[in-house]
Write a protein that binds this ligand. Structure first.
Ligand SMILES: NC(=O)c1ccc[n+]([C@@H]2O[C@H](COP(=O)([O-])OP(=O)(O)OC[C@H]3O[C@@H](n4cnc5c(N)ncnc54)[C@H](O)[C@@H]3O)[C@@H](O)[C@H]2O)c1
Length: 337
């Protein structure tokens, strides 16, 4: 089996490739990634080269996507996106061109090449914000995105849905809750707090810290995507979640305790504009129809994650200093802008 993964140098894409190749040694992955600031080839170190073909390219460029599909692939798993809500609030252009237009370029290329299966990796954020006592999101809830990031992801979900409806485009959508685990860019909540806690730096907590998120270990997300890739029903949406709702303050305190740092490092900062109050996912459909269940509980998963960052200081220090950008030059002899 040969699959094309987009955005495979990012956090979830690289974890997915690592997990998929260890679980399916016959698999070959073509990895198309533009290496934006969020793409890091060091996330892919140690992955067997015979089964992993990296291609630097942009999903917004038809020729790059056609080149990556080449003579054909058995499936496309689409992760590539601009993903940081705060950045989307500052400037949304790349979110629209990559998340929306890039997805449409992929749909058209996949249709031209007759790719038989396409998994579109989306997010719980497309559903908007839940009231404190409201039931968790199900796949039939309306899409009510509240940030430029989630609006662009919702738009891409709609394009996938429209392609299925109009052309029987063989796609399945996954919508997952917040992920944590190795190789996450340290601008995001968990790795930012872990790495700051390890170095005794302040940990900035938005607003009153009572925003609720539903947490899932990235490896469980990878397993869910694989189940959907293999057995998901075309045209369907599958929610992915870990039954692990927690306030940001609870997660922050957990991390500081595990890192052996004082809770006084938590520093409240002005809230993010339009900050969604609560997300929670109901993954019943995925569990019932495809037999997926999470393997990690939050306590074990976050402990393993803190321990990973503790033992991979070189990785996150290179990201924080910007040195990770030089790795591409050493490997491929070109400069990253
Ligand atoms: N992180 C989460 O908690 C979470 C939860 C649910 C869903 N998702 C979704 O999962 C996917 C991956 O998220 P992530 O956290 O790994 O993101 P990430 O920001 O870590 O990685 C994104 C990757 O996409 C690449 N990329 C960006 N623009 C590109 C373009 N135009 N062409 C080719 N490659 C491009 C980047 O170089 C990077 O390697 C996204 O679609 C995101 O919406 C993320």
């Amino acid at each position: 089996m040969r699959i094309l993964v987009t955005g495979g140098a990012g956090f979830i894409g690289s974890n997915f490739i690592r997990w998929a190749l260890s679980d399916h040694p016959q698999l070959t992955v073509v990895n198309l990634d533009a290496l934006t600031y969020a793409g890091n080839l060091q996330n892919l170190e140690g992955i067997p080269a015979a089964h992993h073909v990296f291609m630097r390219g942009d999903i917004r460029r038809r020729e790059d996507v056609d080149g990556a599909i080449g003579d054909g692939v058995d499936a496309i798993v689409h992760f590539a996106a601009e993903t940081h809500v705060d950045r989307s609030i500052l400037a949304a252009d790349d979110f629209l061109t990559t998340n929306v237009l890039g997805t449409q370029v992929l749909i058209e290329a996949a249709r031209r090449a007759g790719v038989p299966r396409f998994v579109h990796v989306s997010t719980d954020e497309v559903y908007g914000s839940l009231a404190p006592d409201a039931p968790a999101f199900t796949e039939t809830d309306p899409l009510e995105p509240n940030s430029p990031y989630s609006a662009s992801k919702a738009a891409s979900d709609h394009l996938i849905r429209a392609a299925f409806h109009t052309f029987q485009f063989p796609a399945v959508i996954t919508r997952c809750s917040n992920n944590y685990g190795p190789y996450q860019f340290p601008e995001k909540f968990v790795p930012l707090f872990v790495t700051n806690a390890l170095t005794g730096e302040p940990c900035p907590l938005y607003g009153d810290g009572e925003n609720v998120r539903d947490w899932l270990h990235v490896e469980d997300h990878a397993r869910a995507i694989w189940a959907v890739l293999e057995r998901g029903q075309l045209g369907e949406v599958y929610n992915v979640g870990g039954h692990a709702e927690m306030t940001n303050r609870q997660v922050a305190e957990h991390i500081l305790d595990l890192a052996g740092a004082p809770r006084s490092l938590i520093r409240p900062v002005a809230d993010r504009p339009g900050h969604d109050r609560r997300y929670a996912m109901n993954p019943d459909k995925l569990e019932r129809e495809l037999g997926w269940t999470p393997k990690w509980n939050f306590a074990d998963g976050i402990a393993a994650t803190v321990s990973w960052y503790r033992t991979h200081e070189d990785w996150w220090r290179a990201v924080k200093s910007g040195a990770y950008r030089d790795y591409y030059e050493r490997q491929y002899g070109g400069r990253l802008s």
